[in-house]
Design a protein around this ligand. Structure first.
Ligand SMILES: NC(=O)c1ccc[n+]([C@@H]2O[C@H](COP(=O)([O-])OP(=O)(O)OC[C@H]3O[C@@H](n4cnc5c(N)ncnc54)[C@H](O)[C@@H]3O)[C@@H](O)[C@H]2O)c1
Length: 385
């Protein structure tokens, strides 16, 4: 497959284009916004220069990558592409309209992919004449840096398209995992508790943001605490994903959004990018200190961890992905120090179940119900590895 088309030259589209051009493809990047296209071209040149300075590429390689990337204003130039990846605005109707148009341009064997974070791939495919060739290819931001790519066949995707797509993205030096077309796929589903449970702990007055962040970094060796991470991702993006996953799961209590996060979103306290989020990033602003109480810290860490583990176990139970892919997705997609199923074994499945049961009894909320698979495995004396 020589030619690859990318639609959307924003944060994701331009990153994916760089990955594909680096892998040796002729890449055609299309955007309806000429200014976005020009900006993407300049950004690519700057990025490649920096990579040469860091000795990641030779001058020659960088210039080849740049020459292989074509920024186009006419979508018809996709006609010889073997794969087109869409990375435009997160809106189902607009994406469907685009896929309908794409089918009139590309050849019959061209694979059509979406990089959507939250929409169902099946619903995008349903707009097409040939839904068998439509698939989800979900990169993480920034695409050239983050190794993980989730491959999501729609209900209608032909198995050979899934296989071909996965093989191709593997050759781009990415770690691919296969996941069912369900809200949040793997990462945006399994990692939700890292934010949601942390906010619950804060709302209950058990600890403040900085203490919760300290607990996760100290006892769990996470690179960033949940509040630091939410401020980094952007509370606008994080809130919208939380709300969308919760709604799409028919209001499953495990994914319920919080008013704390909603108010931050309403106040436009998006985090680092706006200078204010859970923390204040203004120069000279007060930097809070954690209350380093070990008992509280360990309680916070265990409570958030068992919620994450329970979601990973339930995802395995519901066959969202394989055991290996679940653990790979979490270590490569959100940089957790360990896969959650491996962590479950290390902690002991009985200990995970005991903590979940304590929470379930104390709160009398469905949110804390342990996965059936966890109970079954304990009865049968099994472990994940
Ligand atoms: N930003 C992330 O962290 C992230 C991570 C993974 C997946 N995604 C998904 O990737 C997609 C793109 O996200 P982004 O952050 O790159 O968005 P962005 O806003 O940075 O870029 C979107 C680009 O698409 C262009 N565009 C909009 N409508 C178009 C159309 N009809 N035809 C051609 N171009 C059009 C816009 O001009 C813009 O340049 C979304 O579906 C998003 O959910 C985003």
């Amino acid at each position: 497959m020589k030619q690859i088309g990318i639609i959307g030259s924003g944060a994701m589209g331009s990153g994916i284009a760089q990955v594909a051009a680096t892998a040796g493809h002729q890449v055609f990047v299309y955007d309806t916004n000429k200014a976005a296209l020009d900006k993407a071209k300049i950004n690519l040149e700057t990025t490649l220069k920096k990579l040469v300075e860091k000795q990641k590429h030779t001058d020659e390689t960088a210039s080849e990558i740049f020459q292989r990337t074509h920024f186009i204003s006419d979508i018809k130039e996709f006609k010889n592409c073997g794969l087109v990846i869409e990375a435009i605005v997160e809106n189902l109707e607009i994406k469907q309209k685009l896929f309908i148009e794409l089918e009139t341009i590309v050849s019959e064997d061209c694979i059509l992919a979406s990089n959507t974070s939250s929409l169902s791939i099946t619903s995008i495919a349903s707009a097409c004449k040939d839904p068998k060739r439509v698939i989800g290819i979900h990169f993480f931001n920034p695409a050239p840096v983050m190794p993980l790519v989730e491959i999501i066949p729609a209900l209608t995707t032909a198995p050979n398209i899934t296989e071909k797509t996965k093989k191709l993205i593997d050759t781009w030096g990415k770690v691919t995992v296969l996941t069912k077309d369900t809200p949040g796929f793997i990462v945006n589903r399994v990692a939700r508790s890292y934010y949601g449970e942390a906010i619950r702990i804060y709302e209950e007055g058990i600890a403040d943001f900085v203490t919760i962040d300290w607990a996760m970094k100290t006892f769990g060796e996470f690179k960033m605490g949940p509040f630091e991470l939410m401020d980094f991702i952007g509370n606008d993006i994080n809130y919208k994903v939380t709300e969308s996953v919760w709604e799409q799961f028919f209001y499953e209590p495990r994914f319920k959004p919080s008013l704390t996060q909603k108010r931050l979103y309403e106040a436009k306290w998006y985090g680092r990018k706006t200078g204010r989020g859970y923390y204040n990033y203004a120069e000279g602003a007060f930097i809070p200190e954690p209350d380093k109480d070990e008992v509280t810290g360990r309680y916070i860490f265990k409570r958030i961890l068992v919620m994450l583990i329970n979601e990973a176990i339930d995802s395995l139970y519901l066959k969202i992905a394989s055991k290996d892919d679940l653990d790979l997705a979490i270590t490569k997609g959100v940089n957790y120090p360990k896969g959650l199923l491996k962590w479950a074994d290390d902690l002991g499945l009985q200990s995970v179940l005991d903590t979940l049961n304590e929470l379930y009894i104390e709160y009398a909320e469905d949110r804390y119900r342990p996965s059936v698979l966890l109970k079954q495995m304990l009865r049968e004396g099994k472990t994940f590895y």
